[in-house]
Design a binder for this molecule. Sequence first.
Ligand code: COA
Length: 585
Amino acid sequence: MKILLLAHSFNSLTQRLFVELRGRAHEVSVEFDIADSVSEEAVALFAPDLIVAPFLKRAIPASIWQRHVCLVVHPGIVGDRGPSALDWAIMRGEQEWGVTVLQANAEMDGGDIWAQAVFPMRRAKKSGLYRNEVTSAAVRAVLEAIAGFGSGGTPLPLSLATNVRGTFHAPIGQAHRRINWSSDSSTAVLTKIHAADGFPGVLDSLFGVACYLYDAHAATRQAWATFADAAPGDVVARRDHAVLRRTADGAIWIGHARPVQTADDADKPLKLPVADWFAAQCAALPELPAPLMRPDAEWGELRYREEGGVGLLSFDFYNGAMSTAQCRRLREAVAFARTRPVRVLVLLGGEDFFSNGIHLNRIEASAHRSDDSAADESWRNINAIDDLTEEILTATDQITISVLRGNAGAGGAFLALASDLAWAHGGVVLNPHYKNMGNLYGSEYWTYLLPRRVGADAARDIISNRFPLSAQQACEIGLIDAVLAPEACGLEAQALRLAAELAASDDFAERLAAKRDRRRRDEAEKPLQAYRDEELLRMRRNFYGFDPSYHVARYHFVQKVPHAWTPRHLALHRVPRQKETGVAS
Ligand code: COA
């Protein structure tokens, strides 16, 4: 089928549908919903059999839905109508939620129903639920809807649907999200911040500055017991980049904030770690460091534990972005794990993302400091992530395994490939390329890691085509080694079982010897330092050279500047025919 994905942007759900549909041999093209006339033009050019709208911020124009079947993905159960569906579901404490695929008509979210899929709710950030449960349910429902459409089926009007639980809801506002520090329990505060993460955040204040709050975590009694006398709402301690804040019955950690834009701010202030915005105030707070090995309930970005001869290191960096300091801390943690008596070291990344590479928001923030620059911070960050990658690459006393619990992009995807083995679940999407960020060349030893896994030709294609890859596709071309579970749940247990088997295997010594041997041979052929030097030479040009593309693209990315056009590698209907067929352009 010719399927046009009409979306506000190429977000995680749109990427996942893109790879799933292409993986099923559909001809898929993408158009960003920029203006009615542009969407109309895309439909005329592509002449799709079906239009799928996974993520829109506006209604599809009547000129399109009156002539074509348009399937709209609504992140709500049957009958749920209105914006902020997931926000409300979290706020109301729904136990089960779902996704409905509707046929676009004149009534927003009121179209006939092609398919639905439900899932149990988890206590998690909205963004995490969206990237996991909502996305999986959307894929299931869209595939069912396409199958129904393909076999000549018809959708069900809402009036004929049974067991309809959903209702119409008004848009959610900051008034609904407001935290009452003196009466809200930790659970209530967490729910409010989770329901607003990653956008728009909860409007509140920190150190007397009005800001939006994000990235909240439960705090243990042990963490706040010393501050039991502090008043609800008081900020009492710090850990990593986060602050500990008292609630009516305990405390929570708050990791990220974005001050409200004032008349003096030319740009929207960035979402940054609390300790970046409030460095002086945080420095004055007592520090409650989290040891690497600690009880599960005790929050902290890095965690190391050992089970069955296996070391497991997780790094739950918000949005998968890794700043210079985070890369350095993680490198120390890997170095520590290398000294432990474990045969296999598993790198678990974060729950929502394995990694998305260097921290573009913090780099952008450096551009606004008089004693720093974005180029300098980019340089420090890329060197720090390279050091980390090298620490993994040179761990020749252990077998290393990257287990991707979430998506990985740009340098974060190559970081995953630094391990001997890379495993993922079936819902993972990889973006192992850099060019979307202003033609960035990239480092993280990708020029060593990528060809050795997929060969030189495929490596060139992956880097230049800039397509997302499903875990399955990545496995088929040898980019990763295994897809262990269909979805995130079940992955970790399965990975741990296999890693423990590997650690206990009879041929472990031979495997390790083979690894050392290969590293020795590779080093003799071309030292790691040579790959790094070549990559960094190109990166230096990206950061300090006359072409500002990377700085412009990064600014657009962190400021979330709306797209003015759909990138040509996605909008196949806009590619001149001769290019598409490979004939000289
Ligand atoms: N630095 C800082 N923030 C990052 C980031 C990075 N490297 N990568 C992602 N984020 C943030 C986004 O700004 C967004 O923030 P929000 O919570 O305020 O909305 C959030 O993470 C999710 O990103 P989003 O783009 O919405 O996720 P996605 O799943 O739709 O797309 C990527 C994933 C990886 C394709 C996309 O995030 C991306 O291109 N990231 C940049 C990768 C990069 O170029 N890294 C630098 C070179 S190593």
